[in-house]
Each structure stands twice: as C-alpha cells, then as structure tokens.
Ligand binder design. Sequence first.
Ligand code: NAD
Ligand code: IPM
Ligand code: MN
Length: 363
Amino acid sequence: MGAHVVSLPGDGVGPEVTGVALGVLSTVCDEAGIDLEVEERLVGGRAIDEAGLPLPSATLDACRGADAVLLGAVGGPKWDHLRGALRCEAGLLGLRRGMGVFANLRPVRVHPRLANHTTIRPEVVRGTDMVIVRELTGGAYFGEPRERSGTGPEEIARDSTVYTAAEIERVARIAFALAAGRRHHLTSVDKANVLITSQLWRDTVTRLSAEYPEVTLEHQLVDSFAMRLVQRPAGVDVVVTENLFGDILSDEAGVLAGSLGMLPSASLGDGGAGLYEPIHGSAPDIAGRGIANPYGAILSVALLLRHSLRRDDLALAVEAAVDDCITDGNLSADVGGSLGTEAIGAAVRESVVRRLAAAGSPR
Ligand code: NAD
Ligand code: IPM
Ligand code: MN
C-alpha cells in the first residue's frame, strides 16, 4: 500500500508541529509497511514571501492530486497588513474551497490527566468526548456581497451569510452518520431566533432527521450553547453548526481539553483528498522556540490515517500512544509541563511502535 501526502507547514509554529506530526506518520507507515511519499508545498505567509501569493496554483493542484493534506497553520504579524485575497487566511480559505472539503470534524476529548489543568473545574470537564462538525465552505466566510466602500462616517462594510439547503444537507448528513456511530445524539446549533439562514438551517436539519430515527436531534441557540459548553460539556455528543459558529465554539472547546494545542481536525468532502490540521493558529507569541504543543497536529495524523488511508487500526494506535504519553506526563508548557515539541514527538513515536508491536504489526 502507498500513500501520497502533501505537507503544508505554513507559518509560525506550523512547521514545528507538522514536522513532529509527519515524523509520527512516517514511523507508523514504516511499521505498517505503507510506502509513504511526502511532498512539501508552500501556503500562507511563506508562499507570499516566496511566490507572491498565499495559495500558489501549484499548491492547490498538488493537494487535489494527493491522498491527504497535512497543514500546520498560516498567518502572523509580518503579513497582517495585507488585505483581501493577499491575506494568509485567504489562502487557507481558498484551499478549503478548492479542495471541496465542506465538513470540518473537530473532536474534543479531555484526557483525565489534563482535567485538573483547565481553568474550568475538573468535575465539569471530566468525561467530555464530543465532535464538533463545522460547515467549512459556506456562510459568512464566503458569502457575497462582501464589500467596503465610502469614506468618513459614510464608510460602509458588508459581509453576507449565505447558505443553500443543499450545503446544509450535505454537512448535516455527515453529522447524523457520525452520531449514529457514537452516542446517537446530535445537537444542531444555530441562531434561528434572529437569522433567516439559521431558520433554513433548522428546517433542513429537522427534515433530514426523519431519515435517521436512531439519532435523537436537538436544536440549541448558539448563545446558550456557548454557555452549556463550559457548564455541562460531558453531555454533548455530536454538534453540527455553521462555519462561523463552529470556528468560535471549537476554540472555546479547546479550553476543555486543557489547551488549544490539543485539538485536531479533519476536513472532508465528497471523496477526494482530506485536509488535516490542528485547530490552532500560527501562535506567533511562542513560535520559533520549540515549545509548541504538537498533540493537535499528531492527532490530526490519526484522523488522516482513519479518514483518508482507511486504517482505523493505525489511527487508534496513534490515539492510544498519545493517551499513554499524556498519562506519563509528556507535556508542553501550555498544559503545565516543560517538554519541547520534538521531545513529545519522540515519546509518541516510541509509544506507537510499542503499541503496534503489541498488536502484532498489522501489515
Ligand atoms: P492562535 O491559535 O495562533 O493562538 C492563540 C493562543 O493559543 C496563543 O496564546 C498561542 O500561544 C496558543 N497556542 C496556539 N497553538 C498552540 C500550540 N500548539 N501550543 C501551545 N500554545 C498554542 O490564535 P491567534 O493568536 O488569534 O492567531 C495568530 C495567527 O494565526 C493569525 O494570523 C490567525 O489568522 C492565524 N490562524 C491560523 C489558523 C490556521 O492556519 N488554521 C487558525 C487560527 C488562527
Ligand atoms: C481556523 C482558523 C481559520 C478559520 C482562519 C485562520 C481563517 O481560525 O481554522 O479555525 O477561521 O477558519
Ligand atoms: Mn479558528
């Protein structure tokens, strides 16, 4: 078996965490007899510096032709003055849209050892195990018109939140299917008391629920759900929500896991390559010091193994290795430890080799 992975390290801590995550992927592939080919490409600020734009066409072409894409993060103070299509973030959005990855899965699990580390009481976060399914290629991120004009007090700016029923339906189907394989509970989060797009969202999800009788559907408004997330998170199973709400709620959920650096994500479309990235950004405040938490990136490799390479056994081995390493106290500064990024990667590689050997090297 072979696997062709495009690596997009990007900016800030991106190269630090993807370097370590690729090390784990390559160790796993070695052990499992998978012929791994990694092709590195430019994205974000580095692409602006070296090629003049944040998403060179060679990058998008390579990503479309790969089995999977592993991304670090884009952006940083050096490029913050840029506007419009020249922004690093616009490159990332172009990549998501260009790859057609409309469903962004953001699993949030709280490791028992880190339950004491969060700013929320341990008995509240303990047992949390949810997946936030964020719609990724629609809503306010892409809606037209999007414009800014005029001057002085008359200057006006407009973003547009736009959704079609088809866009809502395809992401909701992924969330229903996921819930059916988990604890059979789906929470759809919207702002249907105010936004007409949320009313379409709610009606569409409700209509679909008839096809998934084994899943209990509940609707909740985003403001009160934001509160529930930090008050009673352990009761939440699968969440489905629009692009902007999902962005905000998943950073909030990062607090439950102890750090934003812990959370991975998988962005999937209808077949084609999946895009895997930790949910955090380029973390300019800690970049270049070798202290970034690589667990979000490493767990993104587990998602890559599961969803793109269809090797659930290997994904589980990586997840178990990460659990072992956290249990043993291999922790970076953001979760109260003092280990560097590379040292954590080495611990995970060692642990995953042990796990796979114990399982009888699943070739
Ligand atoms: P951020 O996620 O980069 O950082 C927020 C806080 O979390 C910082 O204190 C940072 O040190 C910490 N943090 C993040 N990742 C960490 C890790 N792996 N280990 C330890 N601590 C970590 O968010 P920000 O500061 O608001 O944004 C910085 C830049 O990143 C901006 O340009 C933004 O647009 C970009 N960004 C990119 C992505 C992406 O590429 N997917 C995601 C979010 C933000
Ligand atoms: C994320 C980031 C991106 C988003 C930015 C950098 C465009 O915050 O991946 O969560 O808002 O989607
Ligand atoms: Mn975000």
